[in-house]
Design a protein around this ligand. Structure first.
Ligand code: PGA
Length: 261
């Protein structure tokens, strides 16, 4: 079984004091936990905290990622943060989360440009693949195989195999994403057998890429997603906000995975 990955997404949450508390909390929680052998752990705070988090976490094995990246390289694009800037600070970037697609009207061409900017700047893109259609000209459906294939093919079109291999795809059904702020497990995590089927479908197109799952993942259910050879990791949102819960996820995954080896 390859190394799995846990990517926490804080979304639009936390102030400076809460960031510092989280870092203190996670360090205490994981003091004696040697997760690095079986797990990559990434946390994605809002832009203003990236640099500070990298610094604060430099004595841990937790890596920092960005929640977004500009589709532009540089210039007259007020408010944007480029791949070049990010590459000096972080190594991972989330792209095309369903919330960005919904609230910021990101379409497949924007997602494609963002993936290209990430790769050019040696960032690892974590590309979210949704089973909902956001105005990309295809019929809406709860789960639409054609749309899946279309999204992935759009992302990898024109890329070299070595670049495709670097991309992590995240299957994120919006119906499973917790809607309420700071509440864990209020969403309905997708059935693991369904997730495995979808991940297999994605891997039929990108067999060398990692494919992870996101939607109401928490300490209690994390191992149901990680204990197979198909799903390469998880992308928790609400459960990553609290150091205790995020730490419990890492501990459960570390213990669960070491038992499988
Ligand atoms: P959730 O969010 O874990 O709170 O459901 C997942 C996500 O949106 O990435």
């Amino acid at each position: 079984m390859g190394k799995k990955i846990i990517v926490g997404n804080w979304k639009l949450n936390k102030n400076l004091e809460e960031v510092a508390d989280w870092v203190d909390g996670i360090k205490i929680k994981l003091k004696k936990v040697d997760f690095d052998k079986n797990l990559d752990v990434v946390i994605c705070p809002a832009y203003p905290y990236l640099l500070g988090m990298v610094d604060l976490l430099s004595d841990t094995n937790i890596k920092v990622g960005s929640q977004d990246i500009s589709q532009f390289e540089e210039g007259t694009y007020t408010g944007e943060v480029s791949g070049k800037m990010l590459s000096e600070i972080v190594s991972y970037v989330l792209i095309g989360h369903s919330e960005r697609r919904k609230y910021f009207k990101e379409d497949l061409s924007i997602i494609k440009r963002k993936v290209e900017k990430a790769l050019v700047n040696h960032l690892i893109p974590i590309v979210c693949i949704s089973d909902k259609v956001w105005g990309d000209g295809l019929p809406a459906a709860k789960y639409n195989e054609k749309f899946f294939l279309h999204q992935i093919k759009n992302v990898i079109k024109g890329l070299k195999p070595a670049e495709v291999k670097k991309i992590i795809f995240a299957y994120e059904p919006p119906s499973a994403i917790a809607k309420q702020k700071h509440e864990i497990g209020v969403g309905h995590a997708a059935d693991v057998n369904k997730v495995i089927k979808v991940v297999e479908l994605i891997k039929s197109i990108v067999p060398e890429s990692k494919v992870i799952y996101g939607g109401s993942v928490k300490a209690e259910n994390i191992m149901s997603y990680l204990s197979n050879n198909i799903i390469d990791g998880v992308l928790p949102g609400s459960a990553s906000l609290h150091a205790q819960d995020f730490g419990d996820m890492i501990i459960n995954a570390t213990e669960g995975l070491s038992g499988l080896h």
